[in-house]
Design a protein around this ligand. Structure first.
Ligand code: GDP
Length: 318
């Protein structure tokens, strides 16, 4: 059995690649819920849904998120009623959030509902949130006095993840990130079991601070990962100092002053025994090995399903 820690976009492509290399039922996908939020009274779990839609073949490769062949009638009506509706939710996607919210209100745990959704889509991978507790990634923007503002507001410097990412298009210089609720969150027992008993732990090429960071903020998960360090392999989401997608590059620059894959390796150093960098970053191998990590080089760009499977296959063989 293989356990994969994953966020949304990078995580889901890597997991889909893995399903072409090992039996899907032997994969436990531990997915981030730090981006979860409530919109219109509905519980939205963007990373869980991205993984689910990709594995179900329902993903929208035009937008890169949400469901394919989507319509936005419900949201148009919300806008017509005067709401800013800055968080786009498609009609089919709304169906998922309606179902999830209903089940949570009935008293079901998020992991239980996630399994119900997977089952309905015939997904064999065991997709699990890392916790059923509430953990929320919060972004603290820099003081307007200590930075050149990139946005025209400074009244409130603390943003929920979705405010930072969607409402403000991640154009906020970050002072720090914290994971609200992580100190008292309970690690999903099935995740603990998977981490303790699996053959390998893989960390997908996901955002280390926004997607994997919320998991590492849970003391029990951190402890289990440290125990499995020798069997843990992470793939760099950074290629030649740039994020393949999303704000990681800006975040690394704001927080560490270095956007190379080395800064990601340093972040994972206590938990990861082997770090995979892209072939274009082979010059970084020595620097990463000096961190007491093995460092291997592959093509990590998952441009299509074949590339995803090739990367996943190479990582599994390590
Ligand atoms: P999110 O939760 O939707 O942001 O998704 P993830 O955290 O799972 O993935 C986002 C990260 O994946 C970004 O930092 C990207 O740089 C990285 N990423 C996306 N596609 C690829 C790829 O094909 N190869 C590699 N190496 N990284 C990727």
């Amino acid at each position: 059995m293989i356990t994969v820690l994953a966020g949304g976009v990078g995580g889901s492509k890597f997991i889909r690649g893995l399903t072409n290399q090992v039996p899907p039922s032997s994969i436990v996908a531990v997915v981030n819920i730090g981006d979860d939020d409530e919109f219109y009274g509905l519980h939205v779990s963007p990373d869980l849904d991205t993984v689910t839609y990709v594995l179900a073949g329902l993903d929208n490769n035009v937008t890169g998120w949400g469901v394919k062949d989507e319509t936005y009638n419900a949201l148009s009506m919300v806008k017509r009623l005067g709401d800013a509706a800055w968080f786009t939710l498609g009609d089919r996607d709304l169906g998922t959030h309606l179902y999830r919210t209903k089940r949570l209100k009935e008293g079901a745990q998020l992991s239980e509902v996630t399994r119900e959704i997977s089952k309905a889509h015939n997904i064999e991978v065991d997709v699990l949130p890392f916790t059923d507790s509430s953990v929320r990634t919060m972004i603290l923007g820099k003081e307007i006095s200590d930075t050149k503002p990139t946005v025209e507001f400074d009244v409130q410097r603390l943003f929920s993840f979705q405010e930072y990412f969607v409402k403000h298009h991640h154009q906020i210089e970050i002072s720090s990130i914290y994971y609200e609720g992580a100190d008292r969150a309970i690690l999903n027992p099935e995740v603990a079991e998977a981490l303790a008993s699996c053959k390998k732990v893989l960390v997908a090429p996901s955002n280390p601070l926004l997607s994997i960071g919320p998991m590492l903020a849970i003391p029990r998960l951190k402890e289990l990962l440290i125990q499995r360090r020798r069997d843990t392999i992470a793939v760099s989401p950074i290629v030649q100092g740039e994020a393949v997608k999303g704000p990681l590059q800006d975040i690394l620059r704001d927080l560490y002053g270095d956007t190379s894959a080395v800064s990601v390796a340093k972040f994972y150093q206590p938990y990861v025994g082997t770090f995979v960098v892209d072939s274009k970053d082979s010059c970084l191998v020595k620097e990463i090995e000096a961190l007491d990590m093995n460092c291997v080089v592959f093509d990590t760009l998952m441009t299509d399903k074949e590339a995803e499977a090739k990367l996943a296959g190479a990582v599994v063989e390590l």
